[in-house]
Design a protein around this ligand. Sequence first.
Ligand code: PSU
Ligand code: MN
Length: 306
Amino acid sequence: MTDLPMIHSAEVAAAKAAGRPIVALESTIITHGMPYPQNIEVARQVEDDLRVLGVTPATIAVMDGTLHIGLEQDQLEVLAQAKGVAKLSRADMAACMATNGTGATTVAATVIAAHLAGISVFATGGIGGVHRGAENSFDISADLMELAQTPVTVVAAGAKAILDVEKTLEVLETQGVPVIAYGQNKFPAFWSASSPFNAPLRMDTAADIAKAHSMRARLGLPGGQLVANPIPTEDQIPAETLAPIIAQAQADADAHGIKGKAVTPYLLQRIFELTEGRSLTANIALVRNNARLAGAIAKALSGNSR
Ligand code: PSU
Ligand code: MN
């Protein structure tokens, strides 16, 4: 059997060799979550937010059949401008690589890649979850099952309000995924700092989150953790403002028969239009906020292991 086609960026390779903290970043947010050119600006900004903390960013994607752990600047630019890039989850990652394809990694695929590369912490915007109407559509993101089986701590701003947040929390509980709200009791709702639902767990320091990550491994538990980091309140869009917009976006998705993988990108784009770009401004603020917390957790974890 030949070796896995996996390449580390120069920066990530150097950080690994020196034992410096690394945070994984996904690429679906670049190709399917934000429009060009904001997507490339945000991707660079988030990487820099980590570097400022002394943490190395590893943006993950499949390019021409190779799994990249960390992208060079020109590769990031290619991905940000590419049209028709596949959106890869657990189910289609191997097929994409086997056929020399190019694909952006969702939370699920990024968790798989990060674990393969020995990276324990990953920052994103929002995770996939249980969609509204899932009792009919059965649309439940593979992100949830991935968190249950692969030991990576994922920092997200909760679940997008386009999802059924209550059902998402129920599935995470069933799957045995620790859901830790950072610094508050309520589970955050992506563009809004709060939701009507309490998070099952709360922690107030990156050090505690890092310790809990290590403790799971010592217990022999296979999965990761979801850290739900609220958007800074000055950047949030109040839930009341968003509710009718989300309902409209969902109605449009239903009317157009949008299904499967296309649902999340469609809703994000529609909400961007309906909020005249305000959803994107909030999205950028929360991703950066998540990167900073992930960086602090990665630093605490690398301190723990010494
Ligand atoms: N959150 C965002 N933008 C995104 C996504 C999440 O702010 O683009 C992506 C993530 O990659 C997540 C995916 O893993 O949407 C979930 O897709 P699905 O619901 O099809 O599993
Ligand atoms: Mn889905």
